[in-house]
Ligand binder design. Structure first.
Ligand code: NDP
Ligand code: GUE
Length: 298
């Protein structure tokens, strides 16, 4: 089924939002004296993972676009918890390190919560240190987990007034679903959070003015699951293999089918992904500002 061209205008393209954010970041970096002055963004991956590789490749591309130095570190699967913690603590004290992001997933023997806490809050560019997450409960949302923040930016792109908006979040992960719910509450939305224990999911999804989906199941949401005219933010990234063996990335939403009913839909790829990467760059300069205000930088 092809998408009726009449409805393609209902797609919210992430690139437009991402480019606007990247423009602001580039301006800040230039005004601060350029990448050498601002310090490098460190991305830590432990072991190989295709989804992480895509994300890190785009981080590198965007860092180059805004003039930030990017240090892509790939540690072996066998690295110990203690070694990781030691390396991160050294980065906290290294004035040339602007911020650190720890890519997920991590090997089973690594305690992600412990490593997240080891990244100093002022260098925690993904906002996943418990104290950073705590800030968004206090509605200090300037530096928040990237995908959650990207979802809110894309929802704002619709022009809908978030105050009192009925938003249903499907998925309650610590890195997407839960932070997104708090960010939406900070904007004044009325938020319902669903997960696999939620009974009669469709009752919730069909009453939503805006539906944010972070489940990880291809085409999980069809037109029967949404209210006509609703905004649909698709966070899912799923690789599907066709009968001919070719693979494709699709979201949690059946975009073509939903386009006939929804008011707005974010496509996958081309929606939340690019904005997630741009938000990481923006978080990096927020961290720089906070380090300056804390007297860490001369
Ligand atoms: N674009 C981007 O930047 C990013 C995209 N993603 C993508 O977002 C998706 C979600 O990832 P992540 O947030 O890590 O989520 P997780 O994979 O950690 O968890 C999936 C969530 O969906 C819920 N869920 C699973 N099945 C159902 C169901 N049948 N009904 C209702 N809820 C259900 C789970 O509930 P429960 O926990 O109760 O089982 C859980 O909260 C993935 O596709 C991931 O690739 C992730 C990070 C960044
Ligand atoms: N600590 C941590 N935080 C994350 O946010 C995180 C993570 N670990 N591990 C991996 C997943 C995956 N993820 C993506 C983000 C953007 C794109 C992205 O840029 N996607 C483009 C297409 C990519 C391309 O094909 O170039 C798009 O959707 O248009 C992809 C994947 C973040 N993740």
């Amino acid at each position: 089924m092809t998408t009726d061209s009449r409805n393609n205008h209902r797609l919210i393209h992430g690139k437009v939002v991402a480019d606007r954010i990247l423009g602001e970041v580039k301006e800040y970096v230039d005004a601060a004296g350029g990448g050498d002055k601002v310090g490098r963004l460190v991305s830590i991956s432990i072991g190989e993972n295709p989804a992480v590789a895509v994300y890190v490749r785009n981080q590198a591309r965007n860092a180059a676009k805004v003039g930030l130095r990017f240090d892509q570190q790939l540690w072996g699967e066998e690295v110990s918890q203690e070694e990781c913690k030691q390396l991160i603590l050294e980065m906290n004290d290294d004035p040339n390190v602007l911020g650190v992001i720890l890519q997920r997933p991590l090997p089973k023997h690594i305690n992600v919560r412990s490593l997240q806490s080891a990244i100093h809050p002022l260098k925690d560019v993904e906002g996943m240190n418990p104290s950073s997450i705590g800030n968004i409960v206090y509605s200090d949302i300037a530096l928040a987990p990237c995908t959650a923040a990207a979802s809110v930016e894309l929802l704002k792109e619709t022009g809908l007034d978030l105050k009192g908006l009925e938003v249903v979040m499907i998925g309650h992960s610590e890195i997407v679903g839960k932070p997104a719910a708090f960010l939406l509450m900070a904007e004044g939305a009325t938020v319902t959070v669903c997960h696999h224990m939620t009974r009669a999911l469709a009752i919730h999804s069909r009453r939503a003015d805006a539906l944010v989906v972070a489940v990880g199941k291809p085409h999980f949401i069809g037109p029967d699951m949404i209210k006509p005219g609703a905004a649909v933010i698709d966070i899912g990234i799923n690789q599907v293999t066709h009968v001919d063996g070719s693979t494709k990335i699709v979201g949690d939403v059946d975009t073509d089918a939903v386009l006939d009913v929804a008011g707005w839909v974010t496509p996958v790829p081309g929606g939340v992904g690019p904005v997630t990467v741009a938000i990481l760059m923006r978080n990096a300069i927020v961290a720089h500002q906070r380090q300056k205000n804390a007297g860490w930088l001369d």
